[in-house]
Design a protein around this ligand. Structure first.
Ligand code: EPU
Length: 433
């Protein structure tokens, strides 16, 4: 296994380009299955989750070709309706296959996705959407079995206890594109990744109204064609670089970043005194001479503050002067990064679903363990601001969602290295290692 060694204290400067969005690209790969014709996806990030998705599509029978670093061709002429457990269990986003397989093949068999360290992640709303469209859904031996010979447009409600489901909305939209009649999806998730999916489906010939809103209406069509589509920039990655500049008191330019996808996050940055300007398609970020102000944020579905930035923002809060509060409303137990930040000297207490962070105390480098994708990024950000060396273990989580993270940080002047675990000082190894 590999680890990151971070030598903290460097001020980040220079420019970095945001890659294509992971959470947009994954459902787009699934959407390509809706047509027997070939589709080409551009601006696809180089991530292990994308490679898993490509493997699953190949296993389903699609021909996949990577034309260059960021461009993938998908030819799904002849595909089967079942996905293997061994691949599906590696990535929850494989649930996005449910809608396209149901719509195109009238049946789907997908192993139920397993547990997740960021909290309970049910898929009841995905299954209900398929049922509302006329499918028969059963769970047999851990496999979701969908039979949909009589798919038909209907009204669907996608709101759950923690807001609208993002991939559930993607599944409902994809299935409805080929369901005869009119489907209305109320309380639809309106994340930019859903809008991007609708744009791709429209260019495949789908009839969708209300794109970007909570009420989406779809007129089912008989068939869809292939398309060429460029994935939107990754808003979570771009915001992570904003935080990297802020936490190191730096000044950077983030190329190809969409400020209009980051409104709630940028408001919090402004509360903290960080200057972020939209310059054409780029974001310029300038920190505030070490005088970071404390802030409050509550994670909510889009356009609210993204849960996928809560952990990284928590790292920044450790560097502010005063008390910051981060409340998690989407995944109430997504706080696995906190015990690791405490190892680095942070002062954080958890009260219900709120992290109360007393900032200002210096962070000190330590060996820490990444529990999931966004927690990995949070620990690396903390390491950039810490005194001394931080060693982050289990960075395979990071590789699921950050394209070339260490190379991009190095280009900004950070001292970050990917090393074999055997390079860690002996004192840091667990006794059993
Ligand atoms: N929920 C239900 N029932 C459902 C589905 C969801 O109750 O049928 C609940 C979940 O338990 C959660 C909330 O609804 O409390 C939102 O979950 P959602 O379904 O929106 O999450 P998702 O679609 O599985 C996507 C992203 C996540 C991101 C969430 C929230 C992808 C591939 N994943 O997940 O990204 O955190 O939306 O914005 O798009 C990440 O990138 O690190 C990541 C975890």
């Amino acid at each position: 296994m590999e680890v990151f060694r971070i030598r903290g204290g460097e001020t980040l400067e220079g420019s970095v380009k945001a890659s294509g969005s992971k959470n947009a690209a994954l459902p787009l790969f699934a959407a390509a299955l809706l047509s027997p014709e070939e589709s080409v996806l551009e601006n696809v990030p180089n991530l292990s989750d994308i490679r898993f998705m490509a493997e699953i599509l190949t296993e389903l029978g699609a021909e996949i070709e990577r034309l260059d670093q960021t461009t993938w061709k998908i030819n799904p002429r002849s595909i089967v309706h079942y996905a293997p457990y061994e691949l599906v269990r590696k990535m929850r986003a494989s649930v996005c296959l449910l809608g396209p397989l149901t719509a195109r093949l009238k049946r789907a068999e997908i192993p139920m996705p397993g547990g997740c360290v960021i909290g309970n992640r049910p898929i009841d709303l995905h299954l209900r959407a398929m049922e509302r469209l006329g499918a028969n859904v059963e769970l047999k031996a851990g496999v979701i079995q969908v039979e949909a010979s009589g798919l038909k447009g209907n009204s669907i409600f996608m709101g759950g206890r923690h807001g609208s489901t993002v991939t559930g909305t993607a599944n409902a939209i994809m299935a409805a594109t080929l369901a005869p009649g009119r489907t209305t999806i109320d309380s639809a998730a309106c994340e930019p990744e859903i809008t991007d999916l609708c744009r791709m489906l429209t260019s495949m010939g789908a009839k969708i109204e209300g794109i970007g809103s909570h009420m989406i209406e779809i007129e089912g069509v008989e068939s869809l064609g292939g398309c060429r589509h460029s994935v939107i920039p990754d808003r979570i990655e771009a915001a992570t670089y904003v935080l990297a500049a802020a936490i190191t008191n730096g000044k950077i330019l983030i190329r190809q970043a969409r400020a209009d996808h980051l409104g709630a996050f940028l408001n919090v940055m402004s509360d903290s005194g960080i200057n972020v300007e939209n310059v054409g398609n780029d974001l310029s970020v300038e920190a505030c001479n070490g005088d970071l102000k404390s802030f409050e944020a509550i994670t909510l579905p889009y356009p609210g503050f993204p849960t996928d930035l809560q952990a990284q923002t928590c790292a920044l809060a450790c560097r502010t002067n005063g008390l910051s509060i981060l409340t998690e409303r989407v995944y109430p137990s997504r706080f696995m990064h906190i015990p690791e930040l405490l190892r680095m000297g942070a002062e954080i207490s958890l009260e219900g679903t709120s992290a109360i962070i007393r900032g200002g105390k210096p962070l000190t480098g330590a060996p820490v363990m990444a529990s999931d994708l966004r927690a990995s990024a949070a620990l690396i950000l903390a390491g950039l601001a810490a005194e001394g060396e931080t060693w982050v273990q289990r960075i395979y989580h990071l590789d699921r969602g950050y394209d070339s993270f260490e190379r991009k940080l190095q280009a900004l002047g950070a001292q970050v290295e990917r090393l074999p675990e055997s390079e860690m000082p002996k004192a840091f190894h667990s006794p059993s290692a």
